[in-house]
Design a protein around this ligand. Structure first.
Ligand code: PLP
Length: 432
C-alpha cells in the first residue's frame, strides 16, 4: 500500500481502499465469511489500483501466424517512429517563409513518388478514402460496380453501405462470377460519375469467372471523361513473389493500366500506422484535398510522422527495416533454430513442447488462399492452455490445431523468445 501511495499518490490509494471496503461491506451483507472478507480488503484495493494502472490495450505476443492480424493491430510498427512527433514540429509551418504552411504538403510528394503517381492525399483509414472520393466526385450520381465486388471487410466495412452514406448511387452490373466490359458499357449514362473496382481482398471467386482488365475499364471510363477508381485495399507496392507469395497487381501497375485513383490502407502492406492513402491523377486528387470533408478526415501528427518514416523505407528499398517485411523474409531454418532453443527451455521446465512446421498467413485481407512455410512449436493442452496463455503477462495468442496449441515464431520478435518460453511454462504450470 505504501509503495502504491508513493507511485500513485495517497488520494488514489484512499479511493481504492474506500471502494474495497464498500465491496467487502456488500459482500458481508450477503453471505460472506467475515474474517476472510476482511482479510481480503488490502488485496482488493491493490487489485483495483492495478486495474487503474493497466494499459487499456495490452501488448501481446502474436504467435497466431497471421502477420497483418486485424484484431491485434494489423501492421506492427517499430517502437521508434512515434518519438519525433511528441514535441513541437513544423507540422503546418513553412520554415522558409516563416508563416503558416499546409499540413499534408511535405508528405504528399513522398506518397505520390512511392506509388509512382502524380498526386496523393492521406486520411484516417481506407474507409475514409472511399468516403472522401465518393463525396467529392460522385455525390447524388451513380457509380458502376461489378456484382462480384460488393465486398465486406471485417469491422463493418461494407461497400454498398459506404457508398450510400457518401450519397452515391450504386449501379450494379454483371453477375457474381462473370462481368463483361459490355455490362459496364451498357450502364454508362449521363448520371454516371465513375467506375469503381474493388479488390476482392479477403475471398476468391474461382471456376467459371470473367472480368474485364483494368486497362479496358480505363479506356471505357476515359471515353466518357469519367474517372476509374480502384479500391486496392492492401497497399501492395512490391512484387509479393519476392517473399514466395503469388504476384498481386501493385498500385503502380494499376496506375499504369489507366486507373485514375487508387486507394488503400496504410496499416496493411505499407506497414505503417492506420491511414487511408489515395494516389492518382492530380485532376482527380485535387478535389479531394480541397473538399470540406477532408478537414474532418485528416490524420494526426503522430500518424503523419510515422507514415513519413515508413514511406522512406519503401523509397530507399530498406524493407527489412519494416517489421512486416522483416517477418515475411525470415528463413524457415532460422525459425527452426529459434524453435529448438525455446523447446529446450520448455523441456527443462518439464513442459512437453515440440518443434513443428506451420504456415503463416499474410492476413489483413490479402492473398486469402495463400500461406508461406513457417516453423514454431506446439504444446498439448488444448483450449485450456490457449486460454491460460492469453492470461499471461504479456498475453500470448496462439492457434488451436486439434488439441494442440501451435505457436508460430515468425510473428514473434526474436528478442521475445525467452519471454514466450516463460509465458508458456507459466501457463502450463497453471493448468497442470
Ligand atoms: C482493408 C480494406 C478496406 C478497409 O480499409 P480500412 O483502412 O480498414 O478502413 C477497404 N477496402 C479494401 C479492398 C480493403 O482491403
Amino acid at each position: 500500500m505504501a509503495d502504491a501511495a508513493r507511485r500513485l499518490g495517497r488520494e488514489a490509494v484512499r479511493e481504492a481502499c474506500r471502494s474495497a471496503v464498500a465491496e467487502a461491506r456488500s459482500e458481508l451483507a450477503g453471505h460472506g465469511e467475515a474474517e476472510q472478507v476482511l482479510a481480503g480488503i488490502p488485496e482488493r484495493a491493490l487489485a483495483l489500483l492495478h486495474r487503474a494502472e493497466a494499459p487499456a490495450y495490452a501488448a501481446v505476443l502474436n504467435a497466431a501466424g497471421v502477420i497483418l492480424h486485424t484484431n491485434l493491430g494489423r501492421a506492427p510498427l517499430d517502437p521508434g517512429p512515434a518519438a519525433p512527433a511528441t514535441g513541437y514540429l513544423a507540422l503546418e509551418y513553412d520554415l522558409g517563409a516563416g508563416r503558416r504552411g499546409q499540413r499534408l504538403a511535405p508528405l504528399r510528394q513522398r506518397l505520390a513518388e512511392v506509388a509512382g503517381a502524380e498526386s496523393a492525399v492521406m486520411v484516417n483509414n481506407n474507409a475514409a478514402s472511399l468516403l472522401l472520393i465518393l463525396q467529392a466526385l460522385a455525390r447524388d450520381r451513380s457509380v458502376i460496380v461489378s456484382r462480384s465486388q460488393l465486398i465486406e471487410i471485417g469491422g463493418s466495412f461494407r461497400l454498398p453501405a459506404v457508398m450510400e452514406s457518401a450519397g452515391a448511387r450504386l449501379c450494379e452490373v454483371g453477375c457474381t462470377n462473370r462481368t463483361h466490359l459490355a455490362d459496364y458499357r451498357q450502364a454508362v449514362d449521363e448520371d454516371t460519375a465513375a467506375i469503381l473496382v474493388a479488390h476482392q481482398s479477403n475471398f476468391r471467386i474461382v471456376g467459371f469467372t470473367a472480368a474485364p482488365g483494368l486497362d479496358e475499364l480505363a479506356d471505357l471510363a476515359h471515353e466518357h471523361d469519367l474517372p476509374l477508381i480502384v479500391d486496392q485495399g492492401s497497399g501492395c507496392l512490391h512484387d509479393l513473389g519476392r517473399w514466395g507469395l503469388p504476384h498481386e497487381e501493385t498500385v503502380s501497375e494499376m496506375l499504369g493500366a489507366g486507373a485514375d485513383l487508387v486507394c488503400f490502407s496504410g496499416d496493411k502492406l505499407i506497414g505503417g500506422p492506420q491511414a487511408g492513402i489515395v494516389v492518382g491523377r492530380e485532376r482527380w486528387v485535387a478535389p479531394l484535398a480541397s473538399h470540406p470533408l477532408y478537414r474532418a478526415l485528416r490524420p494526426d501528427k503522430v500518424a503523419l510522422v510515422m507514415m513519413d518514416r515508413v514511406l522512406r523505407r519503401h523509397q530507399t528499398g530498406c524493407l527489412d527495416e519494416l517489421p512486416v517485411y522483416r517477418m515475411l523474409g525470415l528463413s524457415v531454418d532460422g525459425l527452426k533454430r529459434r524453435s529448438r532453443r525455446v523447446v529446450r527451455r520448455l523441456r527443462e521446465a518439464a513442459v512437453p513442447a515440440s518443434g513443428c512446421t506451420t504456415r503463416t498467413a499474410l492476413g489483413g485481407g490479402t492473398t486469402p488462399d495463400e500461406t508461406i512455410a513457417s516453423y514454431g512449436l506446439s504444446v498439448g493442452g488444448g483450449q485450456r492452455l490457449a486460454d491460460a496463455l492469453r492470461g499471461q503477462v504479456p498475453p500470448v495468442v496462439g492457434r488451436l490445431v486439434e488439441d494442440r496449441v501451435v505457436l508460430d515464431l515468425r510473428t514473434i520478435p526474436p528478442d521475445q523468445d525467452r519471454v514466450l518460453a516463460d509465458c508458456v511454462a507459466s501457463a502450463w504450470a497453471a493448468i497442470s
